[in-house]
Write a protein that binds this ligand. Structure first.
Ligand SMILES: Cc1ncc(COP(=O)(O)O)c(C=O)c1O
Length: 469
């Protein structure tokens, strides 16, 4: 075997071994960039270094990275590690092609089309289509563009905007990417109306109805309503059926940002939460969240096939899109080169099957409920919101005179510095609150108990009620 092939196979074996040790490896607190740069030579040299030395440096980079495969990592919705998904991802990379055209990626196009058809079926879109994207934010942008094009097709061709401002509606708890999309699409942040939520963080349909009426009364043109199935902080699911009812007859595009919640459709037990998404015009699924494939893997599907192509298909690219074969998926989005991103989802779904994915989702919901029960029973900690899906929001109890938000932030920092847990925090009803997300089904009772106990201990330490080590 040539030396270069041997070096490659050795490198693969070293990296695969490293991947398998990630579950047990320490969590790793984030290190300052200057510290990392001082420890690992990062500047590319004039003369190259041997292959195995490059691999050693890559290992050093892994060692100084936050270990998102750790069962103590609950900061974001990506966590854990699925070997089959890693292999699917690797194969996507080795194909080294673009999803823009069928002729450059025939097999990967077949895979994406099969997955998009399946996602449409699961969602209840009988005549839909869609595209894979590089994340939920990009999917939200494409949905908004498709909505804008349906409402005002002249904008695309002539750049002529209607006299009345176009207005989009999202809940107060929606992900920021919807507003960013509106900004990028020329709608303007001032024309994104935030609809109040109820005590469980769900958009209030009657407030949406009032906002739509008020926008029309002042001469604006409502065109886009975004419901969220699984809000970023509380994990709440907006009442999609009631929102669809409000939207009926309003000539608005109903989009459901189900980046977090869509996989619940695969679970007979939790499907009811999202059953009404079939009434939407578009839905986002993020496979890198609850399905646990490596970042990033998102799909936007639309109820009416052709809507994305109508809004996005490029002009003046006859050199690329010859139109004489199967669908060129690049015509459904804004990118030219797009990496083969769906193979990791395909490999995972093939391996786990529908039943395995349903079990995964049910396990995640059960784990979140378990964590919530532990917190409820732990002195010094209190749940800050009901658990709707997989987000558990809680606070360390603040004695009189102690700033509750500051206590939250200090507890979080201490958990991270001690390597006990990586939780996130953010404002909930005006007070900074801890958020524990469960997206790794391998977290055990003991893991969750350790995180909750460490949170209670960190609170005491911060309050200096106990000796700090
Ligand atoms: C509800 C929701 N929508 C959209 C996004 C953005 O997705 P991405 O990070 O894949 O761009 C997030 C990210 O957390 C989210 O929680």
């Amino acid at each position: 075997m040539p030396a270069s092939e041997r070096a490659f196979l050795d490198a693969l074996m070293r990296v695969a071994t490293l991947a398998m040790s990630r579950r047990e490896a320490p969590l790793g607190a984030p290190q300052p960039v200057a510290e990392i740069a001082a420890a690992i030579p990062l500047d590319p040299p004039r003369d190259g270094i041997p292959f195995d030395e490059v691999v050693s440096r890559l290992e050093a980079i892994v060692a100084r990275s936050v270990n998102t495969a750790s069962p103590r990592f609950h900061n974001q919705l990506f966590s854990g590690l699925q070997p089959v998904a890693l292999v699917g991802d690797f194969v996507g990379t080795l194909l080294n092609t673009t999803m823009a055209t069928w002729e450059a990626s025939p097999a990967a196009t077949a895979v994406e089309l099969a997955l998009l058809a399946r996602l449409c079926r699961v969602t209840g879109f009988e005549h839909g289509d869609g595209t894979f994207t590089d994340g939920g934010s990009e999917s939200n942008l494409l949905a908004l563009l498709a909505a804008r094009h349906r409402a005002c097709p002249a904008i695309r061709e002539s750049g002529r905007w209607p006299d009345r401002p176009l207005v989009a509606f999202v809940s107060a708890d929606a992900h920021y990417s919807v507003a960013t999309a509106a900004q990028a699409a020329g709608i303007g942040l001032a024309n994104v109306e935030r609809i109040p939520v109820d005590a469980r963080g769900r958009m209030r349909p009657e407030a949406l109805a009032a906002a739509l009426a008020s926008a029309r009364a002042r001469g604006a043109r409502p065109f886009f309503v975004c419901a969220t199935a699984g809000t970023t902080f509380r994990g709440s699911v907006d009442p999609i059926g009631a929102i669809a009812e409000v939207c009926r007859g309003e000539d608005v595009w109903l989009h459901v940002d189900a980046c977090l919640g869509a996989p619940a459709l695969l679970s007979p037990r939790h499907r009811h939460l999202l059953e009404d998404v079939r009434q939407a015009d578009s839905v986002v699924w993020d496979a890198h969240k609850l399905i646990g494939v490596p970042l990033t893997c998102s799909a936007l599907i639309v109820r009416e096939a052709g809507r994305l192509e109508a809004a996005c298909a490029p002009d003046g690219a006859a050199y690329l899109y010859h139109g004489d074969g199967d669908p060129d998926l690049g015509r459904r989005g804004l990118k030219c080169a797009r990496r083969v991103g769906a193979l990791k989802l395909w490999a995972t779904w093939m391996h786990l099957g529908d039943a395995g994915l349903a079990a995964r989702i049910e396990r995640l919901f059960e784990r979140a409920a378990f964590a919530a029960a532990l917190i409820r029973d732990t002195p010094g900690l209190a749940l800050a919101a009901p658990v709707e899906t997989v987000a558990v929001c809680f606070r360390p109890a603040a004695p009189d005179g102690v700033d509750a938000g500051a206590l939250t932030r200090q507890v979080r920092a201490r958990l991270l510095a001690d390597g006990d847990a990586f939780l996130n925090y953010g404002p909930l009803e005006g007070v900074d609150t801890l958020r524990l997300l469960v997206s790794n089904p391998e977290v055990s009772d003991a893991d969750l108990r350790a995180v909750v106990d460490a949170s209670a201990r960190a609170r005491l330490a911060v309050l200096e009620l106990v000796e700090t080590p």
